[in-house]
Design a protein around this ligand. Structure first.
Ligand code: HEM
Length: 149
């Protein structure tokens, strides 16, 4: 039991780190080309796709290990709302690309799927920044209180 707890204490910050770094790579590689009037292709597309598996794995791990502390029935906080929104958005964020890989829709449908991926990605990034800021603030407040205490 103690071993599992120790493992969790190591894996959780590691998963947060991986999610943060991959999220940053996905955001810069996703929105960067568009800001320069270009499309996501070549090395940046490889960086984007290469970040997806560790990103989704760390999000899945955090969704299981952090669900309890973000239980909205116990406490409804903005941070917890962001947590569940991020988890919820990860599904359509991935599905839009998976569906675009099948010849189900014509070019118009493909562009619509990519447009949807980009819009969901924008909401995801805003919610992620808010979640990280709130986590940092709550950690700083907890630290202050423990020092005063
Ligand atoms: C935080 C997460 C993510 C962000 C911020 C993000 C952002 C973006 C943006 C802005 C684009 C459009 C680029 C363009 O049109 O030039 C894009 C394209 C793409 N994204 Fe993501 N994305 C994320 C997660 C994912 C995931 C989870 C997958 C895979 C399952 C994925 C796969 C792709 C692919 C394949 C493209 C290129 C589509 C194409 O132009 O053919 N992205 N992403």
């Amino acid at each position: 039991m103690l071993g599992a707890l120790r493992l969790l204490l190591i894996l959780k910050p590691l998963a947060y780190g991986v999610a943060l770094v991959c999220g940053l790579i996905l955001t810069l590689s996703g929105f960067g080309p568009g800001l320069l009037g270009e499309r996501l292709q070549g090395f940046l597309l490889m960086a984007h796709m290469g970040s997806v598996p560790p990103f989704l794995l760390s999000v899945a791990f955090l969704s299981v290990t952090c669900a309890k502390q973000h239980d909205l029935r116990e406490r409804m906080t903005l941070g917890s709302l962001c947590f569940w929104l991020l988890l919820g958005l990860t599904v359509p964020l991935t599905l839009t690309i998976l569906l675009s890989m099948f010849p189900l829709t014509g070019t118009e449908g493909l562009n619509a799927l990519l447009g949807l991926h980009e819009s969901i990605a924008l909401v995801f990034v805003v919610a992620a920044v808010l979640y990280v800021l709130l986590r940092v603030r709550s950690k700083a407040t907890a630290q202050d209180e423990s020092q005063k205490g």
